[in-house]
Design a protein around this ligand. Structure first.
Ligand code: ARG
Length: 528
């Protein structure tokens, strides 16, 4: 084999070194910035790297706000026209072009986001002379804050509906089981008897507070940032109230800096979702426990369980398991969002765009979880026999009741009575009587440990769990009669919620219809 030695070995080395030190990734692709269709980069900037476009663009999450963006543009054009800022003919052309934006508009990452894509679509359709008027007096900054609020209104309303439905399912189960005895727990140790109805109503009342939070949060979301421009409003005589009314808002976010930079409306919504998910995760945890053979308090229907690929006997309550995990993800969305706005300077920064991902992640996960929980709980079979037996067999659940009796009948202080009953339980434990702490103890031991002249018959007479529950008459107690009444009250409250949700939804539908009527558009845009 012949080898031709290089005439200049140093040059060879240079070549080798320079080749191996060359970056291994390919050169950036460039967009054609001279292309007239690049409405955004063509003036101030040169070429826009494809990688940069891919990295910074929001087009993957933007289809969700496309409808809102088109409506905002329509409202803005009508307002400009009404104020005499643009000619009627210009306004008509813009409105017609906007009406043709397809519901599935293909978004181009080189145009950064949906806002520029819509403007580009209009310009491509009716030319730059007229189409180029669309962004007069507005910015993507006020537009995106407005579109997020509009789209979020819909998500919050769906969450409210699903939540109300789940509450209804819980109340119905509670009502059917208002008198079903079950052991109540603290520290996951048996504590005192309650009823299944009381227990379920507890979960429902927790969700009721979430409903209140949703309504309050909705009121803060439902304010319009439009007219704030990029950060400092506009020198044009804009009518912010008109744009707000056309878009169905209930007032303005006034300060123009605040309007474009605040995302507390989104973070508050994520918080409410995280609270709902946390509340559902407790319910989930209990359902997982209750469906174990050890508890055997509930059976989830086959349609909501899975088996094992190896162990043929398995029936796993997988929905509550996934819900527990989704709760953590939504908490993550909340923390990530706070991390993102913390110490962020005013006003708009592109960091804010990334928060939108957390927002939809939180609302979607919450909505889905509420939905599947309602379906699953509707089909759950509670094993009331097992629950009642657990109460009947475990006399320690009534130890507090016995202490109270010693106070009332024999005049002991509560602490003294508590110690004596404690000693009786200890005696029963040492004698191997638990959980039948009282019925198995000898009468003389009973008297000597409690230190009062009490008979076995008297003791057993006061320890009937049903009469113990009926004797609880204060508001909110697990007395079956009170539980039944609470169920009724709660059903009425749920009906009120449904009326409120309908009203909020109607006002959005009315605003949308008005906007289209005002714009002289009869049919709804595209496939919608
Ligand atoms: N895509 C942006 C977002 O979702 C819209 C606003 C962009 N504004 C800007 N100045 N680059 O937040």
């Amino acid at each position: 084999m012949s080898h031709t030695p290089s005439a200049r070995p140093i040059d060879d080395l240079k070549t080798i070194l320079s080749v191996s030190l060359m970056p291994s990734y390919p050169k950036h692709e460039r967009t054609d910035s001279n292309d007239e269709s690049d409405v955004i980069h063509v003036g101030r900037l040169g070429e826009f790297s494809t990688d940069a476009a891919r990295y910074t663009s929001s087009i993957d999450i933007d289809p969700r706000i496309l409808d809102s963006v088109v409506e905002i543009n329509l409202a803005h054009v009508l307002m400009l026209q009404k104020r005499g800022i643009i000619e009627n003919e210009t306004a008509n052309k813009l409105v017609r072009a906007l009406n043709e934006v397809p519901a599935d508009l293909k978004l181009n990452a080189h145009l950064e986001d949906v806002h520029m894509n819509v403007e580009d679509y209009v310009i491509q359709n009716i030319g730059k002379d007229v189409g180029g008027t669309l962004n007069l007096g507005k910015s993507r900054n006020d537009q995106v804050a407005t579109a997020l609020r509009m789209t979020l209104r819909k998500s919050l309303l769906s969450i409210m509906r699903k939540l109300t439905f789940l509450q209804q399912v819980l109340v119905q189960e509670a009502s059917q089981n208002h008198a079903t005895l079950m052991p109540g727990y603290t520290h996951l140790q048996r504590a005192q008897p309650v009823t299944l109805g009381h227990y379920l109503l507890c979960h429902e009342e927790v969700l009721e507070r979430d409903m209140e939070r949703l309504l309050e949060c909705y009121a803060r979301v439902n304010k319009s940032p439009m007219g704030a421009g990029a950060l400092a409003g506009s020198g044009l005589p804009l009518d912010r109230k008109m744009a707000s009314a056309l878009l169905g808002f209930n007032g303005l976010v006034e300060n123009s800096l605040d309007a474009v930079s605040s995302r507390d409306f989104a973070i508050e919504s994520i918080y409410v979702c995280a609270q709902i998910m946390s509340d559902l995760s407790s319910l989930a945890e209990e359902l997982i426990l209750w469906t174990t053979r050890e508890f055997s308090f509930a059976v989830v229907s086959d349609s909501f369980t899975a088996t094992s690929s190896m162990m043929p006997q398995k029936k796993n309550a997988i929905i509550p398991e996934v819900a527990r995990a989704r709760c953590s993800q939504v908490l993550g969305d909340l923390v990530a969002s706070f991390g993102l706005v913390k110490a962020l300077p005013l006003s708009y920064n592109l960091d804010l765009q990334e928060l939108t991902r957390n927002l939809w992640s939180a609302t979607d996960k919450t909505e889905e979880t509420l939905d599947i929980f309602a379906q699953m709980i509707r089909e759950i079979k509670f094993n009331s026999k097992q629950m009642i037996e657990a109460v009947r067999n475990d006399e320690t659940l009534l130890a507090t009741e016995l202490a109270d009796y010693l106070v009332r009948k024999y005049g002991l202080s509560f602490r003294e009575a508590h110690q004596r009953v404690g000693a009786l339980i200890k005696h029963a434990d040492a004698s191997g009587f638990l959980p039948r702490a009282f019925s198995e103890v000898k009468e003389e031991d009973l008297r000597s440990v409690l230190g009062v002249e009490i008979s076995k018959a008297e003791l057993m007479g006061i320890l009937d769990p049903n009469s113990v529950l009926s004797s609880r008459t204060a508001i909110g107690a697990p007395n079956p009669r009170l539980v039944k009444q609470s169920c009724k009250n709660q059903l009425e409250r749920l009906e009120n919620h449904r009326v409120k949700i309908d009203l909020l939804e109607d006002s959005l539908t009315r605003a949308r219809k008005n906007l289209r009527r005002f714009a002289g558009l009869r049919s709804r845009r595209g496939a919608h």
